[in-house]
Design a protein. Sequence first.
Length: 201
Amino acid sequence: MTHPLAIAGSPTDAPLAPPPAPLTTAGDTAAHGAPARLHDAGEWRTVDARVVRVWRIGALLGVAALTVVAVAVLVLARRSMPLAGAAPAVAFLLALAVWRAVAVPARRHAALAYRVDEADVRVRRGIWWRSLTVVPLARLEHVRTSSGPLERAHGLATLTVQTAGTEHAEVEIPGLDAAAADALREWLASRAGRPGARDVG
């Protein structure tokens, strides 16, 4: 389902230029995170494959915390609850959580793609329930990049585009090369709200 995002912007008359270096795929990123080559505007792109490792580490850290809590509960409840009955159930749930932490990030990465051109930013995502979000450049209000500790350690960043007064007022593209995300942020910010950026509805 497509969700056009409507916001107000400040019009200018400066001409548009084709998008620069941030428009890269994961396979075109050099070892130190610098974009290796440019792509034509309008191509669908996957995010950097390093984000799979970031997602897995984050999920496994969550599983580790859950394990500590589960063990603590079992120890505290050992007098009122037979461990022989509760331990297998807890072990199964933890094993399921570990499987999800390892398997889901790769599928999530495969399902996530984005496209940038002179009209809009499009993001498609979802493993089971898939969505397509469209952000017209003429309605773009704010663009920012951010990164947590794991992202910074892997040279990645998340690009966030914001609109106002719509259901999907904020759209994120995680797993971008940090330098590419910064360059794309500047390119989009310079074109936010321009009437020359074609509105797609």
